[in-house]
Design a protein. Structure first.
Lengths: 519, 1039
């Protein structure tokens, strides 16, 4: 027998109501995450989130830095193409860049800017959420983000003459894709204004413990570089010097000291991530973690070998005069930055040689894990020397030469502003190269003296910072303050063997408008 | 939020308002007597014992031996119900007739009075307002299909079913009414016993060209009926735009116990061979290609001393054979299946249990598919108002797979076509030339040993599938009932592959590689609905449904690959290299939550005027908050002209109905929508995971919505012996999601938005006829589908962009306004470069073209062949497809045939590209004997040149072929044994031949294939296992 249940109208009403309104579906109900993608709401909660986001800002540079170094080398007088080079590289070398050249694509740089803006817009949430993320850290992170963003903008305007300026966090595309393009000059002022609030200045009363974040640029050094780009030498010198010093006691933190003396110089590149007396900002690579340095692959003799050092650079290393011994830049040149192999003897006096760049295979066991250094102490010291020299007074120029040559260490008594820099060995002193001296004639001619010292600094930068993505910017910076001819001479020298090409390149590069890349 | 409740309130008011507006009218007093006669459709014989009742009064009678009856009705608008076991039940309105002449259709034939199951409930076909097709057991019988979807081929207008390949257990690609999206799913949504099944996840595999079959959870012998709903699916909202296939396994309860046994066995034959170079011809070609590399005969002789038949040369025996590699790998294979079915019970509980085992061997060694199925359905009547229906299905399927992707190093078919006939499977004894016991390595021509791929390369897929639901139904009163279903669907597939070292071409330093893949799908669902039915005495009929559906799906996969194990005997993950960077692990984990509130109104007046409205309001987790909730309406009306007075007397006309409808549906099954809100991804910096943006999110990204207008005619003539259905549809997707490329200054240049407009227009005609001559019954019918997809408009953010070009492996597609979606995009061939033109054109690879190279069409006339010279060179979508069937029965014999065809679809024959490219040491097809040489100029086949510097073999219309075909899909002869009391209640023996004959101009093995279920790979033939010709003999026994 079947039983018969009666269901009250009340229950029936509930069933109907349940049916119609079913689940109370709040928005949480739809919070389905894709495993490999998340929303901003799910992030920005803890100190760890801040860390991974900060590194996320920099990571697109893993893609960009190899391109930058290729562009820098080929546009300037550092690199030449080999027979293996592809058409895009040949075009860069010949300053004939067509739109669509993948090496010139700035997208990765804009990714840094977008991500920096994104984190800046959200980082206060972390401070509100995680007590470990205190005011000091918050300030440090904000500073680091603004610094990385400014570095990126600076790189953009140097390469492309202008940059799309994004004020806020870009959470959606603007109507008609409109963007504000700032010229080099406007952008420099904008960046300086943005940087100043993020400088930990020993002169102000509200000092804070300085937190240096790994992989990020040094804001004072960057501000100094921005001023230098504007030819504001006094400000440049001030901030570049501050960058090297700890705010507390003015002792140097970026030292150019014995840590990387003589044979140790190459350890700068082996120890790039673990160091804090030389390396400021590093883009790491690691084959073990599937992040191959494609640059090492492009240039390596055992890989694609698409570019090689120019004969000029090879010669420059070979002809350096050391403090003692045979000519040659023993600790930076042959076998370290570059290598020249003699392949065969053509006749009694001529040998066929082949040069290649070895700076990114100093660790020959795992060259594809070589890091790319964004900025380091030697760079800042030489920029400081450049600014000091340009200030024009004799004392400053003396300091400039001191930093270039044997450093504060060799000077007694120590000059007052550098009294706590006694560990400094000087750029050349560190690798046992002979100090440059000024002739009597130069001592009497301030203008010629300034140009002479500047030439020395530029030559030194080419050696010390070869293939680190600095040369093209150096040439443009100096040529802007001197004469476009300066850059044209330097770059065209690469083509000296072919007068026709030499002239073509020289004529082209005498016009600063042709320095600007199009993509 | 308020907007949502506004819609909800609307919906509930509509629902409640309609339910209470119509109350049954009191029955009227008896008025008239009507009489009539009932005959059998087809034979015209009178039917006796037909039970006839009046729907309003319940008065009833039966027909006499002449098939005549008379009955008293309240008025001449009453509805009569005719019922006779073995015949399709009919409901007829009198429509002022006092004499009814009626024919009834035996249940084995199709009738317009058939009912169909839809997600909303059971409906009658003849009253359908939206286009619908139903299939029954009869349509799915006597097939060797390993999966039920294969058996749908050619049975349903508007549905195209393409078997992915001839690999046993392989899934199909199904599509109803065209591809309406670039990024979202294009296959119909499946309902299995009331549960929604989004099987679009089943596309990934470690095996190129394979996709696990998500449908093997249901055995074809368990299916009782299938309904195809092609339009009007607004009640499914964002899940409804690709149509619905509603599959029901045997559910009906029967008091007596029924046992059914069925089994078949048979063989598949290996395919017809492609015509390739033999050993002598290959030697000639090989020398030619060597000399194109710059070697002179002397050098060639030094390098390959065995080439000139010098018996004392090293490896003479290894390289002086004449092997037909196709012969080496193919073999005939066996197929068999057994199925057991039992059902029974009483009025408290019924059960319905079946189990089956299927084994299909592949046409080459070590490939095959076996499957075990178990199904348990039941129904428990707790009270006369309350019932519970539990339902469970389980399948375990084991596939042994072969790779059939574009890489000849792994694909045995490509390898067998490209391997030089000079070599053999087994290593030769250097001195005697006898076969040794182990397989030969790659050898001089750098093509894998096909026998190694077939025998030693491992590929297994284990598919575990569990699908279960429980439905509770409560009848509140005679008008209202409520039901709720809770179900889970769990599919876990594991794959293991191993590619050995010996005999397989190496890539870089990787010699062998094991791999492991896990694909997991879970779905949890609840569907609850309230139904209201009412029929008034005056002939108003209402069916109302309202309720909600909730679905939570999770799609997950993990994939690991290892490299370089110690030897080919170590085949597991972890046996590989000690270097981490040689290992890779990837995975994906997505979720989708969907909730939908729906209402449905079905109204008709005396089966003459029909009105159908659907409304749903749903939200899903795919889109972001602002665009999450959407409203999907549809409206349809139908008019039965044959019920109008002016056609009352037309005896030849059984049914004539006009239909018109409009509907809006959405397509939420796409991961692209994630970019409306989810845009953080992870990368690694050293060993740490860091977080950054992946894209600029488009928070305005909307679900694609499809608007469809449908118009149809249903016509049934001569006592339902001749039926025709015509449907015209016009679907528009005005917010098609496309990929935009935006300036570099935004950092991320990829951006998805609703920037496209797409239109699909189509015409479907299906007709069938049944003829009776004495003991002969002849059925014939067919369907024609004409379909055209056009991209109406593409709005690009970047003014420089004109179209979307998508390169896929070795091919290229374009989506261009005014053209079909995903057309082939490449060069056009105009012949060969003559001596006069030599050195004039720069070829696609940047090299000057010489005499004997292909002359590509130089569209811009600048003598440089580059991307500016590319044109649309073909369209993979067919213009026309359809089927034809016929069956002839005589007494207990039946002979039936099914034909399928497609017309106007272009195919990219990649296999021919590889065997006619003449750019390597691979064997080639006989066509290359006609190649250009300085002494043989009047030809259209270009010269042989190693590495193809001129680009003769690049993607061009040289490789595009017409893929039209007509195929005799199935020919069946069956014999129906009469019931033998005490032994069996029915027995059928049948012989089915599958794929007997294919008419096509296509030069490859088989014109029917799909590489993977993506619109981009529809027409590319990478060398898939062709469909086999097979013969099976089967038996079905009812005890």
């Amino acid at each position: 027998m079947k039983k018969s249940y009666k269901i009250s109208p009340f229950i029936q009403a509930i069933i109907v109501a349940l049916m119609v309104f079913g689940y109370g579906c709040s928005d949480d109900f739809f919070n389905d995450k894709a495993g490999d993608r998340i929303t901003p709401d799910q992030h920005y909660k803890t100190l760890i989130d801040a860390g991974v986001s900060l590194q996320g800002v920099i990571i697109p540079l893993q893609d960009f830095m190899p391109n930058l170094i290729m562009m820098d080398g080929l546009l300037s007088d550092m690199m030449d193409v080999t027979a293996n080079a592809n058409a895009n590289l040949i075009n860069i070398n010949n300053h004939e860049i067509a739109p669509g050249n993948p090496y010139v694509n700035p997208a990765s740089l804009y990714q840094v800017i977008l991500n920096a803006n994104e984190v800046l817009a959200n980082i206060d949430k972390i401070a509100a959420n995680d007590r470990n993320f205190d005011a000091v850290l918050l300030k440090a992170y904000k500073g680091a983000l603004v610094g990385m963003r400014s570095w990126t903008y600076l790189t953009l305007i140097r390469l492309y003459g202008k940059a799309a300026y994004m004020e806020d966090n870009l959470t959606s595309l603007p109507a008609n894709l409109s963007q504000k393009m700032l010229s080099r000059e406007t952008m420099l002022d904008t960046l300086i204004n943005q940087m100043i609030p993020h400088i930990h200045d020993p002169g102000t009363g509200t000092q804070m413990q300085e937190v240096r974040l790994k992989y990020c640029v040094n804001n004072k050094a960057l501000l100094g570089e921005l001023y230098l780009e504007k030819n504001d030498y006094a400000n440049a010198a001030t901030y570049l010097k501050l960058a090297c010093e700890s705010y507390l006691n003015q002792s140097a933190i970026l030292k150019v000291d014995k840590t990387y003396r003589d044979a140790g110089w190459s350890n700068i590149f082996l120890n790039s991530e673990g160091d804090d007396v030389e390396n400021i900002s590093v883009i790491p690579y690691s084959t073990e973690n599937k992040q191959d340095n494609v640059l090492a692959y492009w240039i390596g003799r055992n890989y694609l070998y698409m570019v090689k050092p120019t004969a000029l650079l090879v010669d420059s290393f070979r002809t350096q005069i050391p403090a003692a011994g045979n000519p040659g830049d023993l600790w930076r040149g042959q076998g370290i930055t570059i290598k020249t192999d003699t392949l065969m003897q053509v006749n009694d006096s001529t040998y066929l040689t082949e040069s290649y760049i070895t700076k990114y295979e100093i660790d020959d066991q795992d060259p594809l894990s070589s890091d790319i250094i964004l900025s380091r102490a030697a760079d800042v010291h030489l920029l400081l020397a450049e600014a000091l020299n340009r200030m024009g007074d004799e004392t400053s120029q003396k300091y400039a030469l001191m930093l270039l040559n044997d450093g504060v260490n060799a000077v007694n008594p120590k000059p007052a502003p550098y009294s706590r820099w006694s560990a400094n060995l000087g750029i050349r002193g560190r690798v046992y190269l002979k100090a440059w001296e000024l002739s009597e004639g130069l001592l009497r001619n301030p203008e010629a003296r300034m140009l002479y010292i500047e030439d020395l600094i530029m030559a030194e930068r080419a050696l010390e910072l070869a293939f680190e993505g600095k040369r093209w910017f150096d040439l443009m910076r100096v040529a802007r303050r001197r004469n476009p001819e300066y850059l044209a001479d330097k770059v065209a020298a690469k083509f000296a063997t072919d007068p026709e090409v030499y002239n073509k390149i020289h004529v082209k590069l005498r016009d600063p408008n042709n320095w600007i890349l199009t993509y | 939020m308020t907007k949502r409740y506004y819609y909800l309130t609307c919906l509930s008011f509509m629902f409640l308002g309609l339910t209470f507006a119509v109350q049954p009218l009191p029955a009227q007093a008896p008025g008239k007597i009507v009489s009539g006669m009932v005959t059998e459709s087809g034979t015209g014989l009178p039917l006796q014992q037909v039970f006839i009742s009046v729907s309003t009064t319940g008065a009833s009678t039966t027909t006499d031996e002449k098939g005549e009856f008379s009955i008293s009705v309240p008025d001449l608008h009453s509805e009569l119900i005719f019922d006779l076991p073995g015949y399709v039940k009919r409901n007829i309105f009198l429509r002022n007739r006092e004499f009814i002449s009626l024919s009834m259709v035996p249940i084995i034939y199709k009738s317009l009075d058939d009912s169909y199951n839809s997600p909303l409930g059971v409906r009658t076909l003849k009253d359908a307002v939206f286009p619908v097709t139903g299939l029954t057991v009869n349509d799915l019988k006597h097939t060797r299909a390993s999966s039920f979807d294969q058996a749908f081929q050619g049975k349903v207008p508007g549905l195209s079913v393409t078997e992915q390949s001839g690999m046993p257990g392989q899934r199909t690609y199904m599509n109803i009414r065209g591809i309406s999206s670039i990024y979202a799913a294009s296959e119909p949504l499946l309902f299995i016993d009331g549960m929604i099944y989004d099987y679009s996840y089943a596309t990934k595999s470690l095996m190129e060209g394979f996709a696990l079959n998500p449908l093997d959870v249901v055995d074809i012998d368990d299916i009782s009926d299938v309904t195809f709903l092609k339009d009007g699916l607004s009640f499914l909202g964002a899940a409804g735009s690709n149509g619905v296939i509603d599959v029901n396994t045997e559910q009906e309860s029967e008091a007596s116990t029924v046992i059914k046994l069925s089994a078949y066995g048979g063989i598949s034959l290996s395919p017809e061979r492609q015509d390739l170079l033999d050993a002598t011809q290959f030697k000639g070609y090989f020398k030619d290609i060597l000399s194109s590399q710059g070697y002179n005969p002397g050098q060639i002789n030094t390098m390959y001393p065995w080439l000139d038949g010098n018996q004392s040369a090293d490896e003479f025996y290894r390289y002086n054979n004449n092997t037909d590699w196709q012969e080496e790998i193919y073999k005939p294979s066996t197929l068999y299946k057994a199925h057991f079915f039992i059902k029974g019970g009483d009025d408290i509980a019924t059960y319905n249990i079946s189990t089956g085992y299927l084994s299909h061997e592949g046409i080459y060694d070590k490939s095959g598919y076996t499957r075990f199925n178990l199904r348990i359905n039941g129904k428990i009547n707790i009270t006369d108002r309350f019932s519970i229906t539990p339902n469970a299905k389980l399948s375990l399927a084991d596939s042994k797979l072969a790779n059939h992707g574009p890489m000849e190093r792994k694909n045995p078919i490509l390898a067998s076509l490209m391997k030089s006939p000079l070599m053999t499977s087994y290593t030769k004894d250097e001195l005697t030339g006898a076969d040794l016991a182990y397989l030969d390595d790659v050898g001089a021509f750098n093509i894998s040993n096909p026998t190694v791929i077939v025998q030693n390369a491992q590929g297994s897929n284990r598919n575990y599938h569990f699908l279960s639901s429980i439905t509770a139904k409560y009848r509140i009163n005679s008008n209202f009932n409520v039901s709720t279903l809770v179900g889970i669907n769990f599919n876990n597939a594991r794959e293991n592959i191993f590619l050995p070292d010996i005999g397989i071409v190496q890539i870089d330093s990787a010699f062998n590689s094991p791999g492991d893949f896990v694909n997991e799908f879970r779905s949890m669902q609840n569907h609850t609905q309230l139904n209201y039915t009412n029929k008034t005495a005056s002939g108003h009929s209402f069916i109302l449904n309202g309720g909600f559906r909730y679905m939570k799906n999770s799609y997950k996969h993990n994939l690991s690959l290892d490299l370089n194990t110690a030897s080919d005997d170590f085949k597991s993950l972890g046996d590989g290299s000690q270097y981490n960077f040689l290992r890779s692990t990837t995975g994906d984990n997505r979720g989708l939550t969907w909730i939908s509130y729906f209402g449905n109104l079905n109204y008709n007046f005396r089966n003459k005027y029909f009105l159908l409205g659907n409304l749903s309001y749903d939200g899903n987790s795919a889109t972001n908050k602002d665009n999450r909730y959407n409203f999907y309406p549809s409206l349809g009306a139908a008019w039965r002209l044959s019920a109008e007075g002016f056609l009352n007397e037309a005896r030849w006309l059984d049914d004539f109905k006009l239909r018109g409808s409009w509907s809006v549906t959405g397509n939420m099954f796409s991961s692209v929508y994630d970019y409306s809100k989810l845009y953080y991804t992870t990368r690694r910096m050293n060993g740490t995971g860091v977080l950054l943006r992946e894209i600029i999110p488009n928070n305005e990204l909307e679900l694609e919505k499809k608007n469809t207008i449908n118009a149809g005619i249903d016509l049934s003539l001569f006592k339902q012996l001749f039926n025709i259905h015509v449907d015209y549809y016009n679907s528009n997707v005005n917010n098609l999601v496309i990929e935009q490329s935006i300036p570099e200054t935004f950092g991320y240049t990829e951006y998805f938005d609703n920037g496209g407009k797409l239109q699909i227009k189509g015409l479907e005609v299906a007709a069938d006829a049944r003829l009776h001559f004495g003991n002969f019954t002849w059925l014939l019918g067919g369907a024609v589908n004409k379909q055209a997809t056009e991209v109406k408009e593409l709005t690009f953010l970047n003014p420089g962009t004109k179209n979307i070009v998508t390169p896929v492996n070795n091919a290229q597609f374009v989506t261009m306004a005014g053209k079909p979606i995903n057309s082939y995009y490449g060069y056009r061939v105009e012949g060969l470069i003559s001596s006069a033109d030599a050195g004039k054109y720069t070829g696609p690879k940047g090299v000057l073209m010489q005499e004997g190279d292909i002359r590509f069409k130089d569209v811009d006339g600048n003598f440089v062949i580059d991307e500016k010279d590319m044109e649309i060179i073909g369209d993979p979508n067919p213009d026309l497809f359809g089927s034809a069937f016929t069956s002839l029965s005589f007494k207990n014999f039946e002979l039936s045939a099914l034909f399928n065809y497609t017309m106007g679809n272009d195919v990219y024959n990649y296999v021919r590209n590889r065997t006619e490219a003449m750019d390597s040491y691979a064997n080639q097809s006989k066509t290359v004997l006609n190649r250009w040489t300085p002494s043989h100029k009047g030809t259209s086949v270009p010269r042989a040149s190693y590495g193809d510097p001129a680009g003769n073999a690049v993607f061009s219309d040289r490789w595009i072929e017409d893929g039209s075909y007509m195929r005799l899909e199935r020919l069946t002869l069956s014999y129906n044994f009469p019931t033998w009391q005490g032994v069996h209640k029915g027995m059928v023996v049948y012989l089915t031949a599958t794929n007997l004959l294919t008419l096509t101009d296509y030069s490859g093995y088989d014109p029917e294939y799909v590489y993977v279920n993506s619109p981009y790979y529809m027409g590319i033939d990478y060398g898939k296992i062709p469909h086999t010709q097979s013969f099976v003999m089967g038996i079905k026994l009812n005890l």
